[in-house]
Design a protein around this ligand. Sequence first.
Ligand SMILES: *Cc1c(COP(=O)(O)O)cnc(C)c1O
Length: 432
Amino acid sequence: MIRFVSTRGVGEAVSFSEAVTRGLAPDGGLYVPAAWPTLTPEALPAEAPLHRAACSVIAPFLEGDALAPELDRIMDEAFNFPAPVVDVDPTRGLSLLELFHGPTAAFKDFGARFLAGCLTRLRINAAKPLRILVATSGDTGGAVAAAFHNRPGVEVVVLFPKGLVSPTQEHQLTCWGGNVRSFKVRGTFDDCQRLVKAAFADETWRARFDLSSANSINLGRLLPQMAYLAATSLAQWRKHGAPISLVVPSGNLGHGTGAVWARKIGMPIANIVLAHNANRTLPDFLETGAWRPRPSMATLASAMDVGDPSNAERLRHLFPSSEALREAVSAYVIDDDAIRARIQDGFQRYGQIWCPHTTAGVEAYERHVAAGRARGRWVVAATAHPAKFREVVEPLVGQAVPIPDSLAGLFSRAADAGEIAPNLTDLAHALD
Ligand SMILES: *Cc1c(COP(=O)(O)O)cnc(C)c1O
């Protein structure tokens, strides 16, 4: 049975169920596996659909856990939409992994739905509902709200920075009602995240409100992300006979950590490239060896606007020195001008329209090629549907982006949000 320990090394090893319920470890660290299973690609089922292949990858992490008997059903429910690999440039072996076919049109649907499946089952007999507190720079809150809406035993409180999310995103954060409540915070994403961390750090708060977290600090978000990247690498390896390399558009680094974990357990993944926007804390760390978090800056790829990425703690736990981490991953800084230019180039050259985050990923690939470092086949994670960012994309490509049915359905719902200042007193009033 695999147990999970805190990156800060204090406290006992816990089961998967316990790690997921707690969110953050009591010492403030993040849960990581105390030991790693090793999977061999040959031993995993061939020709399995995504949710089955992903299930085989997660299974060893849940062996002996209270949720193990439910894993099949959790995966069937959570992974009930496709994640196709589509060609961008076949002659160069470049494709996209489209992760935006879920209810809120971003990859976070996978993790949020898996986490919801786990937490609702664990809380089925609890006396009072679990409060899921989630700070969001845009996409997380929508995915979490959609995944937990109308589920028994849980209530969701979404905090987002007032005026700093796109109109489409704001609607997705505020259109739920029922067991989901949303608050505009007069501050930045960092203020929202600080507020969530302060609430968690306070024992009396945790007890009073029965709090848990659905941010990517929660292990229940990471394992499914690891699993679909693993399943994709397996399918590509079977098809082409060689490991693929991955580009992951990154902010809080939960997705990138999923990629690193997938390779760690033996999946056929060669290189991992992290594409960051102007929030360059991780690329700077790889370059200088100094970890210097900063305030987050607003960019076109707003879901990656994170100046102090939480999951860097998991990466640094696995690779304690900057040299070791530099061996494991490469990172690029992609500013807004480069994103704009690459959105136009993608449309002109390939007739494809990408969201700003995905575009940062493609731009990172191009820089890797220009540096002479990109060999073999490459898959860029396409993290959101361009319609979510149509205010940015449409003027650049000169045409309207068709809206997927899932998003269109959300627009027919009425929106409602409260407003608070970034302090615990205001948050307590909001929660009562
Ligand atoms: C959240 C998000 C990212 C960044 O993922 P992290 O796990 O925070 O690094 C990238 N693109 C989109 C569209 C997102 O919503």
